[in-house]
Design a protein around this ligand. Structure first.
Ligand SMILES: NC(=O)c1ccc[n+]([C@@H]2O[C@H](COP(=O)([O-])OP(=O)(O)OC[C@H]3O[C@@H](n4cnc5c(N)ncnc54)[C@H](O)[C@@H]3O)[C@@H](O)[C@H]2O)c1
Length: 322
């Protein structure tokens, strides 16, 4: 059992990860720019909270020197591109990007939190002997999410797995990809173990219905030449479970990235849905084995022992049917 610092611990995934880690006996401290009570989906906890901004190197150094974590679960991030020309205007996106940096243009907030903030975290982690970091990355590193152009995304093979080329366009996806490059370099240079879990859209209890509906309707109409999320998702509880597995497994060395999803799409036949919107992909689709998922989570199953436990889609389907 380990001393664990959870950055971004007041947020949605932070709440679930902290609960999962505490339940298995780990010693958890939260670092965030606001308390759980002030989070957009407010919650209460007795977990020790350190308030600070990751982009302030001194703030994260103070917390690490005081708590001396063995493992950091790194969730803190601006979870969208604040400079995107067509930023989705749903309430959940507005809530996530409500932070105002008084002395910075808001446009840069994504890179400041995600890239500069992660640099400060890595720098402190290796100086203060943190053994492992388990970080929330994103399916967005692939390049299908938050696209700027309408150019069709170039799928080279399906289902997508960790060997697929990455071609992000926007600042959020790029920040997550740059994070992964830094993780790889720090793991090589300093011997720290780092797992980046590439989550697709995460569903949490309490998310607004409008947001869920937008996602569900995607197999019938897809924007900007992708399917932007490959029609996969993950229940927040499964994401938190995967984080705990990556914290506890003995099998990790160096840097590893994993796609982690629920393993079930909202499209009945992803192949047919894809061909309807992207006939140019006929050859790639033709070579695809099976018709269950456009995203493979085999590496997470194999190396982390991950099995999705909350098929949100199935629960919803039965609710709709009844
Ligand atoms: N929500 C999704 O659909 C989704 C999908 C893929 C990956 N992710 C990633 O998962 C992680 C958790 O996301 P979430 O859904 O819990 O989002 P969230 O917005 O609920 O939580 C993020 C937390 O990070 C904190 N934070 C942001 N910038 C910070 C900074 N500079 N200093 C200190 N704290 C900071 C916020 O205050 C917030 O509490 C993020 O890294 C996100 O990029 C989320």
């Amino acid at each position: 059992l380990s001393r664990i610092l959870v950055t971004g611990g007041s947020g949605n995934l932070g709440r679930l990860c902290s609960a999962e880690l505490l339940a298995t006996g780990h010693d958890v401290t939260i670092f965030d720019r606001f308390t759980p009570a002030d989070a957009p989906l407010s919650w209460d906890t007795d977990i020790p909270i350190c308030i600070g901004d990751l982009s302030d190197g001194a703030a994260i150094e103070d917390v690490i020197t005081e708590h001396r974590p063995e493992i950091i679960v790194h969730l803190a991030a601006q979870p969208n591109p604040t400079d995107h020309p067509r930023l989705p205007a749903t309430a959940s996106f507005r809530a996530a990007s409500q932070l105002e940096y008084p002395d910075l243009p808001r446009r840069g907030a994504t890179f400041v939190s995600n890239v500069l903030g992660t640099y400060h975290l890595l720098d402190c982690a290796v100086r203060f002997d943190v053994k492992r970091i388990v970080a929330a990355s994103s399916l967005c590193v692939l390049g299908t999410g938050f696209r700027i152009t309408d150019r069709p995304f170039s799928f080279r093979s399906l289902p997508v797995d960790e060997s697929h080329p990455l071609q992000p366009e926007d600042s959020y996806s790029l920040s997550k990809l740059l994070n992964e490059e830094c993780y790889r370099a720090y793991a090589d240079a300093y011997g720290i173990t780092i797992a980046a879990l590439r989550f697709p859209i995460i569903f949490y209890d309490g998310l607004e219905e409008r947001f869920l509906k937008r996602f569900e309707s995607e197999p019938r109409s897809i924007p900007a030449g992708a399917p932007s999320n490959l029609w996969v998702y993950i229940d927040g509880r499964d994401a938190a479970h995967a984080v705990r597995l990556a914290v506890e497994t003995e099998r990790l060395r160096g840097f590893e990235a994993f796609y982690v999803a629920t393993g079930r799409t909202v499209a009945t036949s992803p192949k047919q849905a894809l061909l309807r919107f992207r006939p140019d992909l006929a050859r790639v689709v033709d070579l695809m084995e099976g018709d269950e998922d456009l995203l493979s989570i085999d590496k997470a199953r194999r190396m982390l022992g991950y099995t999705p436990r909350h098929p949100w889609g199935a629960e919803r389907d039965s609710e709709v049917a009844s």
